[in-house]
Design a protein around this ligand. Structure first.
Ligand code: ARG
Length: 252
């Protein structure tokens, strides 16, 4: 009995600590001189690894934002579902992972204003009989764990196989373990171009906006970043970054 009470107390303590975890203020970040950024760099052209360095559209955008704030970027790599958890618990300052800002996630964390309008697409083998979203009924799709593709397909009653790494979700399709792979549009274009006989269906699953994620408590930091980001959108800088990666910019 005593053990159970002790365990319950430890549990309550842990839960309340997690609930108390607070993101840094603008002043905290300026004082630290750096913005710590959690990312899953398996998502070209937004973030991927080049000679062990994280590069991509979001790295370029956040570098400009950090410069305006007068701080350094410190990038930490992890799986996508860990990025969301790490931001929610304020372990790092900012989540950068082509993160869809949706209502569900807004219950648990803060988002900047969206900076890009993305979509979820369906990828199949070139000779597949799947031609539309409706054809996914009774089929199995691969997704990356914890993504909107994962949740969205489950919500639609589609059987999913989830993988921590995006490349493994793709490999599940190329090796015939699943019938389709649901993933974000620009990442699909890049990873299909690697040439494994895959095609992207015309009909999209969803449209969804990307934003950067922060823990509750970072309200004034997010407000400042929103101002900087709005200017980068208004003066065409962000569009230019997309163009430098050969991609068309879709304003949210
Ligand atoms: N946009 C999707 C989501 O927010 C997928 C993001 C995956 N990002 C990544 N870096 N692997 O759930």
């Amino acid at each position: 009995m005593k053990k159970i009470i002790a365990l319950a107390l430890v549990l309550i303590l842990c839960l309340s600590l997690a609930a108390c975890a607070k993101g840094p203020s603008l002043a905290d970040v300026k004082k630290a001189g750096k913005l710590t950024v959690a990312t899953s760099p398996d998502f070209p052209p937004f973030e991927s690894l080049e000679d062990n360095k994280v590069v991509g559209i979001e790295v370029d955008i956040l570098n400009l934002i950090a410069k305006e704030l007068g701080v350094e970027l410190e990038i930490v790599q992890m799986d996508f579902d860990s990025v969301l958890a790490a931001i929610q618990s304020a372990k790092y300052d900012c989540g950068m992972s082509g993160i869809t800002a949706n209502e569900d996630r807004k219950k648990n964390m803060l988002f900047t204003d969206p900076y890009y309008n993305a979509a979820q697409v369906i990828v199949v083998k070139a000779d597949s009989t799947i031609k539309t979203k409706a054809d996914l009924k009774d089929k199995t799709v691969s997704v990356q764990t914890g993504t909107t593709a994962d949740q969205g397909c489950q919500d639609e009653g589609i059987a999913v196989q989830a993988f921590a790494a995006n490349a493994d979700a793709k490999a599940a399709l190329t090796t015939g373990k699943v019938d389709a792979w649901v993933v974000d549009n620009l990442t699909a274009v890049q990873m299909v171009a690697e040439g494994d006989g895959l095609v992207i269906l015309e009909e999209k699953m969803t449209e969804e906006p990307y934003a950067f994620a922060f823990a509750f408590g970072s309200e004034d930091l997010v407000a400042e970043i929103n101002k900087i980001q709005a200017e980068l959108i208004a003066d065409g800088t962000i569009e230019g970054i997309f163009e430098s990666y050969g991609e068309a910019y879709m304003k949210p």
